[in-house]
Design a protein around this ligand. Structure first.
Ligand SMILES: Cc1ncc(COP(=O)(O)O)c(C=O)c1O
Length: 385
């Protein structure tokens, strides 16, 4: 069982940070590497040819381990989730009249991308909303998604957990249904990979797109994407030298090369060798691999479970236990709560958390302790009266 790992982070004692879904704190080790690399950039003659390639390869291998992928060449480096999604959208084979399925209130980067494709190719965007059931939203929502996947579906684009309230989707069942109809399944893992176990072998999605600055503690501006076989012959949204075959031969670069490097390499962003960010993210993922996502998820579970009934006793509601992602979940507050008062009270008590409508989004990680959940409970009790 994992103990509290707060000593790996630079979070001040008086701060109650329950908002990893907004931005994860950087690990001290990553900060050190970042400083080291910035210093090195003052001396460009220190950069060798291999510095453009080896750290990137190491990062691809680390991320592969995190998602249980055995082919590191299936990983591309992306500057944002929207970039990775755009590469996927550009390579969906679809015909007029087909549909794109997304879920309601999906993160904007994972909506606009598909809206554009739909407008360009005359497709229909079907937005699947949650059922009305107050207590077991996940089950009904999953059922509604499965029902809507049929022979007209070109692509299902969604996340593993809903970014706003943590609803956990049944990707295994959704994958089976998309396979049955030959539809692509494109997953945004930004709010789950790192804190929730995921295996590409078990759920072979067509693409898995992840920003890293939340649950992978990565730098803002570098993410990772997995692209499966159906993207092997695709066209990337931009062309750059390093993604072509033999790009290690610097002296030969203007003997222009028709062939891309294999698998997903064509989808990596230009200047992917980003010396500072690549090493920072690599060391962060390596630390997560030592902790293991399953232990991180259990850590969050053990942190919150003892308090669930007390939250309920003051009128708060959760998704049912089976469908709760413990690293990111919504608490629906009673109607009577004064949100402005609650917000001010959280600020006063240094509690960092997202408030959305009549819900709060709790997003703990391995640096949180029971006292942080107790403080949250106390704050809610105080404002609810
Ligand atoms: C589910 C989800 N996807 C993606 C992102 C980030 O998207 P982008 O990298 O396009 O800014 C966020 C940020 O909050 C998110 O919650």
């Amino acid at each position: 069982m994992l103990e509290c790992q707060k000593h790996y982070f630079d979070l001040p004692e008086e701060i109650n940070y329950l908002n990893c879904a907004y931005m994860g704190p950087m690990l001290k080790q990553a900060q050190e590497i970042g400083h080291e690399e910035i210093d090195k950039r003052g001396r460009p003659y220190l950069y060798k040819r291999d510095d453009f390639f080896s750290p990137v390869q190491s990062l691809k291998e680390s991320f592969s381990k995190l998602i249980d992928n055995t082919e590191a060449d299936r990983i591309a480096l992306i500057p944002s989730a929207s970039y990775g999604l755009s590469n996927a959208a550009k390579n969906i084979h679809c015909t007029k009249g087909q549909s794109i399925l997304i879920v309601s209130e999906q993160f904007p980067s994972n909506y606009y991308t598909w809206k554009r494709l739909a407008d360009e190719k005359e497709l229909e965007v079907k937005i699947i909303g949650p059922p009305n059931a107050e207590t077991d939203q996940s089950r009904g929502w999953n059922e509604a998604i499965l029902e809507q996947i049929d022979e007209h579906t070109a692509v299902v684009a969604m996340a593993i957990v809903h970014w706003a309230d943590g609803t956990l989707f049944d990707l295994g069942a959704i994958r089976q249904r998309t396979e049955k109809y030959g539809a692509m399944l494109i997953i945004d893992g930004t709010q789950s990979i790192g804190a929730l176990p995921f295996s590409i072998k078990e759920i072979p999605v067509d693409a898995l797109i992840c920003g890293s600055y939340k649950w992978m503690f990565g730098p803002y501006g570098l993410g990772l994407a997995y692209y499966g076989e159906r993207f092997d012959q695709g066209v990337p949204i931009e062309e750059n030298w390093i993604n072509r075959k033999n790009s290690k031969q610097f002296e030969n670069l203007v003997n222009y090369q028709k062939i891309y490097k294999p698998q997903a390499a064509r989808y990596s962003v230009g200047e992917q060798s980003n010396f500072i960010y690549v090493r920072m993210l690599d060391i962060s993922i390596k630390q997560i691999l030592k902790w293991k996502p399953v232990n991180i998820q259990n850590y969050c579970k053990n942190l919150i479970t003892p308090y669930l009934s007390e939250f309920r006793s003051i009128g708060c509601a959760f998704n049912s236990k089976e469908n709760l992602a413990y690293h990111l979940f919504g608490i629906r507050l009673p109607e009577r709560v004064d949100i402005i008062k609650l917000k001010n009270h959280f600020e006063e008590k240094n509690i960092f958390i997202s408030i959305r409508g009549n819900s709060i989004r709790v997003a703990p990680n391995v640096y949180n302790e029971p006292k942080h959940i107790e403080q949250l409970l106390e704050a809610l009790k105080k404002v609810l009266g």
